[in-house]
Design a protein around this ligand. Structure first.
Ligand SMILES: *[C@@H]1O[C@H](CO)[C@@H](O)[C@H](O)[C@H]1NC(C)=O
Ligand SMILES: *[C@@H]1O[C@H](CO)[C@@H](O)[C@H](O)[C@H]1NC(C)=O
Ligand SMILES: *[C@@H]1O[C@H](CO)[C@@H](O)[C@H](O)[C@H]1NC(C)=O
Ligand SMILES: *[C@@H]1O[C@H](CO)[C@@H](O)[C@H](O)[C@H]1NC(C)=O
Ligand SMILES: *[C@@H]1O[C@H](CO)[C@@H](O)[C@H](O)[C@H]1NC(C)=O
Ligand SMILES: *[C@@H]1O[C@H](CO)[C@@H](O)[C@H](O)[C@H]1NC(C)=O
Ligand SMILES: *[C@@H]1O[C@H](CO)[C@@H](O)[C@H](O)[C@H]1NC(C)=O
Ligand SMILES: *[C@@H]1O[C@H](CO)[C@@H](O)[C@H](O)[C@H]1NC(C)=O
Length: 390
């Protein structure tokens, strides 16, 4: 009996040891082998030249001490019927994702590529705006994570979401969404940070069609450094205060050394106003050393986001904005507007500083506007006397 028990143990051990930690493509769905390798190996390698095809969702939550060395490619299948029914649901802004990665002490690196097969999603979304398009990589309940030296291409929608994470570093990512048809690469945000603390995003190049980085509700202690953003909607706080009975906080954010080209916005803060919306606070946010080119709205505060002027006057935003610094913002806009600081009535913005501001319109007069705010800092005199309403 004992010897039989031992031989079973030896057999199990042999099976585990035989599980490959260096993966090759199976020719079918590679999700099962990737999932079991991540469970049983501390280092999982996808060699250069190998493309794993992932056709079913990846639940990699609750891992610890894992290293995924991605030298080759992980490509998510363009199987819209499967993914629209099976991608993981994220209970925030009706999002879904291909991949949940969570746990403690995780590393993803290797110089390889995550490919979201975005083109079919761009083309299908063009005629179905309710299509649920998966986020490529979601860090979910993850602590002490490094994602480094990775290319992310063709995201169907957002590339990265950090949801309930802590101590997260993204370093040297190349993010690129491009459409080969006339259909737009809508909502291809580089990063969204939600309910997460201590996140660093640095040394990365992003070509996309929505926010380069967005700080969503309860993103705190975030450093964004050395980014080159092209084609994006900017580095954005918000939108906040959208949902009734919710309190949204974005605090202690430093975004520095960012080049922003061909973008809708440069440095932006947006919060909802109007009847029946939520509340919150945006505090201690610094945008520093932004070099902009062809940007529609180089510097923006919009505290009446998606709200008519009359509704905003009657129901000012309950997201209070304070201790904001726009320091050393240079370059050119795309039109005459170079800065627009629009706050709700009733003093909902305080300590708003603009220093060393040299953004110019490509030709003619540069326009700066403000409303319901006392602008301070050495560039305050560039702003006209702000209209005060309410
Ligand atoms: C993912 O796997 C974990 C651990 O097995 C499980 O608890 C969790 O419910 C799964 N998550 C989803 C969204 O299926
Ligand atoms: C549009 O996408 C939604 C959500 O993915 C799906 O339920 C619906 O059937 C699609 N509509 C059409 C016309 O394909
Ligand atoms: C923030 O995260 C970094 C990188 O993971 C870590 O070194 C640092 O100790 C963390 N800071 C705090 C206050 O936890
Ligand atoms: C600013 O970022 C660029 C990359 O966009 C980098 O080459 C440069 O060294 C950074 N400057 C500083 C002062 O870190
Ligand atoms: C930058 O964005 C513009 C407009 O979106 C695009 O045409 C161009 O190819 C992008 N350049 C790079 C280097 O990605
Ligand atoms: C943000 O954090 C505050 C304070 O901990 C909490 O009351 C609020 O519910 C959180 N909001 C969200 C959207 O998680
Ligand atoms: C403001 O935020 C910065 C950047 O995250 C941080 O270093 C600093 O300590 C914060 N200041 C206060 C007063 O919390
Ligand atoms: C601007 O500052 C003055 C003087 O401190 C104050 O009375 C006024 O309420 C402030 N206005 C706004 C819109 O914050």
């Amino acid at each position: 009996m004992l010897s039989r028990f031992l031989s079973v143990l030896i057999f199990i051990h042999a099976c585990l040891a035989a599980l490959p930690c260096t993966l090759q493509a199976t020719g079918g769905d590679d999700a099962p082998q990737l999932l079991s390798a991540m469970q049983s190996c501390s280092v999982v390698t996808i060699p250069k030249g190998v493309t794993l095809s992932v056709g079913t969702r990846l639940n990699m939550t609750g891992l610890s001490n894992k290293h995924l060395s991605l030298k080759g490619t992980i490509k998510f299948t363009p199987d819209i019927p499967y993914w629209t029914g099976n991608a993981f649901f994220i209970p925030f802004q009706t999002q879904v994702t291909f991949w949940l990665l969570g746990g403690k002490n995780l590393r993803v690196d290797g110089g390889g590529t995550l490919d979201g097969s975005g083109q079919i999603w761009y083309d299908t979304f063009a005629s179905n705006s309710s299509l649920l398009r998966p986020i490529v990589l979601t860090l979910f309940q993850a602590t002490d994570v490094v994602v480094e030296n990775i290319n992310m291409i063709n995201g169907p929608e957002w590339f990265n979401l950090v949801n309930e994470g802590k101590n997260i570093v993204y370093n040297n990512l190349h993010i690129d969404a491009r459409s080969t048809s006339s259909h737009r690469i809508s909502n291809t945000d580089g990063w969204n940070i939600y309910r997460s603390d201590n996140v660093t995003i640095q040394n990365s190049v992003i070509n996309n069609g929505d926010d380069c980085v967005a700080f969503k509700p309860n993103a705190t202690n975030v450093l964004v450094s050395n980014l080159q953003c092209n084609g994006s909607h900017g580095i954005s706080v918000g939108s906040l205060g959208q949902f009734p009975d919710m309190f949204d906080i974005v605090e202690n954010v430093l975004a520095r050394n960012v080049t922003m080209t061909n973008a809708q916005n440069g440095a932006r803060i947006k919060a909802w106003a109007g009847q029946g919306v939520g509340a919150g606070r945006v505090k201690n946010i610094t945008f520093q050393h932004f070099v902009e080119s062809k940007v529609d709205n180089p510097v923006v505060i919009d505290q009446c986001y998606m709200t008519s002027a009359s509704a905003c006057a009657q129901f000012p935003s309950n997201v209070f904005i304070s201790d904001i610094f726009f320091n050393d913002i240079s370059g050119t806009s795309s039109g005459s507007l170079v800065a627009a600081l629009s706050c709700s009535p009733d003093g909902r913005c305080s300590d708003i500083n603009v220093n060393d501001f040299t953004v110019k319109a490509p030709s003619g007069t540069s326009k700066l506007t403000c409303q319901n705010v006392n602008v301070t800092g050495n560039a305050a005199s560039l702003f006209p006397t702000c209209t005060i309403t309410g």
